[in-house]
Design a protein around this ligand. Sequence first.
Ligand SMILES: C[S@@+](CC[C@H](N)C(=O)[O-])C[C@H]1O[C@@H](n2cnc3c(N)ncnc32)[C@H](O)[C@@H]1O
Length: 329
Amino acid sequence: MEINQKLLATFVRARVKKIALGFWVAEYGVGYRESFAGGSAAFNGAGASPEAIRFHYDVGTEFFRTWLGDELIYSAARWRDPLSNAPGLPTLEAAQTNKLDFHLRSVRAGAGRSLLDIGCGWGALMRRAVETFGAAEAIGATLSSEQFDYVRGLNIPRTTLNLQSYETLALTEPVDGIVTVGALEHFAKPQLLRSEKITIYGNFFDRCRSFLAPGGRLSLQTIFWQRVDRRLASEIVPSSVFPESDLPYLDEVLEASQRQFRTLYLESSEDDYSLTLREWLKRLRRAHKQSPHLVDEAKFLFHEDYLRRCVVGFQRHRISLARIVLERL
Ligand SMILES: C[S@@+](CC[C@H](N)C(=O)[O-])C[C@H]1O[C@@H](n2cnc3c(N)ncnc32)[C@H](O)[C@@H]1O
């Protein structure tokens, strides 16, 4: 058994090396688990179904904690202002807090103001909004049952949580600001036409506009396809890791939002994600050694492989990261 696991590790590592050299590799994730079986027929949303989201996210909060850190923030940190030459922040934790604060300031979160977090993950942004910015109310939406249970267990004051897609969410009152970080990547299924994706993102921005009070802002963070040969796309962000999901192109997001919003600010940084991914990889490797009950060999290889593919994607400018601040028209 021991020898088999070592052989498997050598095999997967050899394939990762091949990826680093840019060769095509057909298979992925050997030994971790069955591939995604497909979402329920009852779900008729435009993007990843709840089953597809749970396939990726509901594999153990304590497992994610070993490499994401205690705040469980699963998106690129903001290590520095992309136009500045100043040195970046020293730790992942500081850079993640800087990212949360960037989005919260962008939507002017604060006392007497309400906030909606679409794709709230394990609740770090909602908690910071309420506890540090003094927001009057934070509403969250996620499709992950484990995230939903975890955030409810945090008992953050003045929060409401929905295990629901933004597509079916209904609010009783308009909110003053919306933040959505790392969720747009799940809103469109793979292999759609550009026009179809723009319609889907346009519907998302319509929903956001309807949720917002006049003058309200939306701060959005997403990975996007940059310089990519679409035939190689699944090598970088494999559908066996993120089933039923496709990234946007930046122009699709901007075009889709123009009807409902004006663009106040846009920044882009590949470094922000490369640095975050490297830190996650370092922590995942350490946890694999120190906490094998949380990070067993197969789970480790699967996640290490996928995180390394993403690093290569950012380094080669095939994918990038955008933060966009929009104001309701
Ligand atoms: C990569 S995680 C990011 C979580 C969090 N924003 C963070 O930065 O840590 C993506 C999140 O998007 C959520 N999500 C995906 N599709 C969604 C949808 N249609 N409606 C609401 N949330 C969705 C997932 O459930 C998950 O919470």
